[in-house]
Design a protein. Structure first.
Lengths: 485, 485, 485, 485
């Protein structure tokens, strides 16, 4: 089966019996018609449809190595810089279509699977059977073009205690039985973003494990269908309040939903278990297979699209209300331009300076991407919304709704809300978009998402420093000190 | 009639026939029972009730100079530092009760009226009749304990053009007829915050006027009942989504509502017109009467209460999830403590260094308050929410609702969402409060409100510099340069 | 002997035989004539002379409780808010005279001694004899108007190890013998700022001590004359390059000098030992006597003067080169105004909200001053210099010297370096002042001094949080959460 | 004559009769032996010698198109990405050798000349003779390997007035006579950095000119030898205080000197005049020839080397004093790593996405470099020094000198200033380097240099916005708004 269409995606979604809890209610069928999921499901369907759009299918697909049929380009195992560029061109189509607001487009985890599937030697270190399972699973996902979610963060009762020790070890997802035909898992993981609208849930190693018996129950990598018996998703309330595209231009399209995943003795058959009880392999899964690099390549492609969108948004607002000529406005537009160009350069440089790993996968340069993923959440993401708020100011506070413009008194609004360069409806549409990007609850959740996407910035910084070769820079300091002594 | 109770406030509100447009609907009665207004109206009623609470009535009221009956302390015309302290003690009760999230508690504009009413000589410069009207109006407001809203910002078609010139002068509220018994006004003003739940609307000079004939139609100060014929309020959608105090702890209580006020040939009888056609008086109204100082005194009292609340919130979160011991967490709590202490000091110093103006009103020191109102929006307000987001991190992203805890599967939540020091329900309540303070649409609107409360920070800075005596500091530089030459 | 004159101060300085090492040279006499110390010694002499200046002596002195003669007001033990105001008025004269660039004016440690001398009950906890010694010493310092330096920081071989454990405990200053008539001390302390030009060196407890035998040798408080045998000061090079007031307007006056103090078996006679072997008293010396509060009161007075100076400087520069009208310039001047007003308010509020401690000393409110001393180093000090650099820009890079204006080709300079409002000489003088305040080595050292004056900001923040009562703020959060449940 | 050696450079420098004014003195010969210039001249000589160092000459030179002899690689007119990489490899050798502290290494202006020499069609628009002169001059500079300085900023009496209008137009450098054999110029330009040690001075268009007769006298581009009669350089005092490499590790090597250039009726022969009286060509000289892109390519190469150096310095300090494990230290090292990687990516991306201009010169992508040159001065440069100051803290305040370690009392220093990982001498050397990089007068001037290198950041931002194509980003916003309407 080649790359799916939107309706194929939706049909499969509605066939599933995923157990979803939301607002005190339980949903187990027809997810795509539930108000909390229907709009974002439609946005994902739109992405799938783009795979069949003549303008984009060349970017979004490549011929399956198995069948020759078009399959998603994010499953292309890169062997050269050009392959990376090709992958990015496809990812960019989706990222731009969703203005970077969808974090879990199918290419995100497809990138991980592509790396896993291309690294059988890594999984074979745990046994040849694991390599075979991984390969088969990755191939199936590619050919069936399924949507994967994943879930990483263990429950955090007390952040001063290691993850797997929370609540005496009972809270983090762990293996309670090893059976001949599979494993049974229990516990929770937080933040299975987009899982209710996905086909599959990847459950990968989440935190650093010690090579000690106590950590064995936490050492695994597996996948389950999202409707596996015993698996429950507890969702937050939707951020889409039910308005149309005028009223909630982003929340009505891009609210991916965050959920807590609870494993109530979920059985995982052996063929879906990819690592078992090998902490040292769990700890290096992302780096040694290159999954970390390919996933980050997707993330930076997405954040670039988002930054471009904010540049377009802020500069459009400035023109609409006649402030583009002010020096402090220009400085902030210049700042956004810098961010766009920097992210663009980071992507490009990572691609041209990539190298092949031991599995023959050509990976974008990790130091470059690692800098990108440390820098963006702390230095860029918060500024995007700040700048839009500064430009819109109190003009973002009392925007009328679509219904207001349809009501009898719309003449007031048309008269008093016109702007320097456009009518009241267009100005209001633009400002509602700005509010949904920088003021609304949807905007607030996006800010959190970007800031904590990769985890605690403090730990990320430590990891960056720990993995970086400081030698050459320190040598140059030493050389200068020694030069004339 | 002495200080009102909550039920008196609500009864009067429901008797009004204010024309309110919201979500395409027109509301003209029973405002306190409309879902967009009921919860905030209840919060205002609660403030009125506190005036009769034995624990607070001593702070909140003082004996009316007219009747001896208790009336709101914000109507006390201060003659000494102690009077300022007394006013602040009362304002603080309300500010703390609403954690600083209600910007338009009755004391805000009562402070303006108190200054106006105590400065008859100012209004007499326009004619004795204006002084008499002002006095009578201020007395009536005090004795009837009415809730006032005001509205300042003219429509902003093009920010590169002066306010009264927008749309060829037709858009800003202006006088279209002067009649023997009053004036007729037309045009709009943006952001009549809280007006739909207020009794009266003050329409004061909004921007700098020139002493030129073209500016005459924009030179006025008047008041109308909020249900004056021809006056329409166009509201944004409510930020309260209908949840209870657990789900939306702030939005369900404190969403004051922002509205655009449209004057469709509203007649204002003479006794409600306080200034007419005297641009130079309009331009100095706030400074010469001291209204600016008394209003800012109220604002800083409120922002202090809000900052205290964020300190309490952030430090409670840190304890709940076991992060209080981390250095970077402590640095941010220390930062919040500094802000609390600085605002406290600014208030206190303004009070003890106050001086009497020419009308005998003892005003808090303006330079101190002017610094406070420039500093808080730019340096403090954005940090409050940033810090709460940093502490809560991804823990703010998927909080269950009250309905979830009441549903069958609540056991999952109780197990997996417990915290280091409290159960899952309490932790979730605390984190939902944090989300409503720093992530939700309510939070986003509050951020805008604080940042732009006094208008464009760029213009505010120019005004601060323009009014500040730089001489002594420059002289000291000159002295040092000249010392040995 | 009443308050000294400058010449008395200098004469005593030159009589001393302090052992000073600088630039490989040893200086043991005539310190006031050594090029590294002469200019700053003159600046201190000027402060002493101000005590006899009719314009200032009223502020700078008060009648000695012992003799009735005028002695420095910083020795006045405050009993009321008015006393605090009086102390501050005197400290302000000196702080403004030196534009805040002298950190160790005599009032700094006089404030500590005043608190110590007024708290005999504290020292009596170690034995009545300690209380008597302290009292006698403080009285003598007041009557002789001596200049004290102190020294706090132990050598920092490895910041990951506690202070007294550095180098196996041999490096920090410690007691090597207890004799019947005194103690012998060995080890080093860093940063005895201004010690080479002082009369006395206070050696006070420096870091938190445990109540354990190993910490006993580090538990003490004593004073020695700066020329005590065995005491050596190792100075950094002077930051004054020898230029006059035009070329180096600040470095030629205010380079206080930093030195490492080495105790090579220095004998301290008993009457100069104020605490011995009581870690719990050492740890609470500053807080229980109120010395911390009085010293910080002096520090904030000084930093206010410095901030005022930078406001004067930046605004004078803006006028000189015609940039005062630009919005981004005004925003930065407004920012400086805010800092001046905030520091002013912090001082004033601390004074009016002071309370008497158990020794009857009226102390400024500690929470207020503690916030001030956490906030200024991190939020204000770095901005002062940044703003001056931004205003001066490349105009600070190539300023001619006094000699250039005296040379034949001065006509070039006068023509091409004139400014919008003044001649080339005045503009250059102003810009050289700006460079010495924000660009020179003197400026760099000042930046470090302000940023690390109270020690590591991370530890300071922890101390602020640890000592602050978060209860009321947290209770208010709890109240809101419980309100309707 | 091929690429010069250091001694050839110095010999020529001492033969010149450049008129240099410094500290009231006039220097006209033996510049390399004057204390203000000798050390930096030696550093430049070292760069020239590297051209003959077997380890580097391959990077630093290429065969002259005229003679086949090795000439500096910065004169290579790039035709491909590989040529850009080759140029950068050479520039990087010099940038790293001087740790980025030398801004005016020969390759900076060689890059400009290379672009000019490769764009005869541009100069031919003013007349074929201009193209011929430019070509001949560029060839000569390449073959003689001369050191060029340039000078841009007109005197700034009043920044509110356009550059050429300062002082009624008499102050900016302008043409006073056009003769048949050349032009005579008068006026000043500020900040001819490194000119006293250069061979040639380029005088290029400095600010935007109008196509109006009044601007004609300011419309030119020419070169003169630095010792042209009538040309005077007024220097600031040296920042090197005369210490050795231990005491002043950076100032003793890299103080390039800033000077004001005064043209006192300097005659410029026709063959050195490259543009005359064509404002529209003057205004587009940098962009149309590609000189701006090649110069910025050199600048970013240099700032990358500097950032790498600060990363090495800060991380070496952290290790030396045992603070590398602290979270806030790691965050700052991570920040420096990000900056290194971003600058590296910007360079690399600009190279691989370069394009050929109409003259066939392959230029690095301008949008990328323009972002880099806006971002570095405001976001990176100030952080480099802040981080080093934070790491060193008070440990930077009292470092002993080389003479101190040679003196009798050096034992004190060796004992008390040892560090966790090295002896006192090495620790002191490292900390003195840190002080010279982040605290000294040399450091202060470097900070200014980086921040204002390209001019006023406000104007630079306006230029970036003005030249950037915002269309695609705005279109994407429009597309989203229109999607479902």
């Amino acid at each position: 089966m080649p790359a799916r269409t939107g309706s194929q995606y939706l049909a499969r979604l509605d066939d599933r019996t995923t157990e979803i809890h939301i607002d005190g209610e339980v949903v187990t069928s027809a997810v795509s018609r539930h108000p909390a999921f229907s709009s974002v499901a439609r946005s994902f369907a739109r992405l799938y449809d783009l795979q069949h759009d003549p303008a984009h299918r060349g970017d979004l697909t490549f011929p399956s190595p198995a069948t020759g049929e078009p399959v998603p380009v994010s499953f292309l195992a890169p062997r050269t810089t050009d392959d990376l560029v090709r992958r990015r061109a496809g990812m960019q189509v989706w990222a731009r279509d969703s203005a970077g607001f969808l974090g879990r487009t199918p290419d995100y985890l497809a990138s991980a699977l592509t790396a896993f599937g291309a690294a059988p030697a890594f999984f074979a270190r745990a046994g040849d059977v694991f390599a075979e399972r991984m390969l088969r699973y990755a191939d199936r996902m590619r050919e069936e073009d399924l949507l994967l979610a994943h879930t990483l963060v263990p429950p955090q009762v007390n952040r001063a205690v290691p993850a797997v020790r929370q609540g005496d070890g009972a809270l983090a997802t762990h293996i309670v039985h090893e059976r001949s035909d599979g494993i049974v898992v229990r516990g929770a993981r937080l933040l299975a973003t987009a899982a209710p609208i996905a086909d599959e849930l990847l459950v990968l190693p989440s935190t650093v494990l010690r090579n000690a018996p106590e950590d064995a129950p936490y050492s695994f990598a597996f996948a389950v269908p999202t409707d596996a018996p015993g698996l429950r998703f507890h969702c937050r309330s939707s951020l889409h309040r039910g308005g149309g595209a005028f009223d909630e231009p982003l929340a009505s399209r891009f609210d991916e939903m965050d959920a807590i995943a609870v494993f109530d003795d979920v059985f995982v058959p052996s063929e879906r278990v990819f690592l078992l009880g090998r902490p040292e392999l769990c700890n290096t899964l992302y780096s040694e297979t290159g999954a970390g690099a390919l996933m980050t390549h997707q993330v930076v492609t997405r954040t670039l699209a988002k930054t471009e969108f904010f540049l377009g948004l802020a500069s459009s607002m400035a023109e609409a209300i006649g402030i583009s000529g002010f020096a402090h406005i220009q400085q902030q537009i210049a700042e956004l331009i810098s961010y766009v160009e920097i992210e663009r350069a980071l992507l490009r440089a990572a691609e041209v300076e990539g190298t092949s790993n031991e599995h023959g996968v050509f990976l974008p340069r990790w130091e470059t991407l690692n800098a990108a993923r440390n820098w963006y959440p702390t230095h860029v993401a918060p500024r995007l919304t700040e700048i839009v708020r500064t430009f819109g100011a109190s003009g973002l506070m009392a925007t009328p709704s679509e219904a207001d413009f349809a009501a009898d008194a719309h003449g007031d609004l048309e008269l008093y809300l016109q702007s320097a360069t456009c009518g009241a409806v267009d100005r209001t549409a633009l400002f509602r978009l700005a509010a949904d990007a920088a003021v609304s609850g949807f905007a607030g959740r996006q800010t959190l998402y970007e800031q904590f996407f990769f985890g605690d910035p403090v730990r990320m910084a430590a990891a960056l420093v720990g993995s970086y070769d400081l030698g050459p820079a320190q040598d140059r300091v030493r050389d200068l000190l020694d030069r004339e002594r």
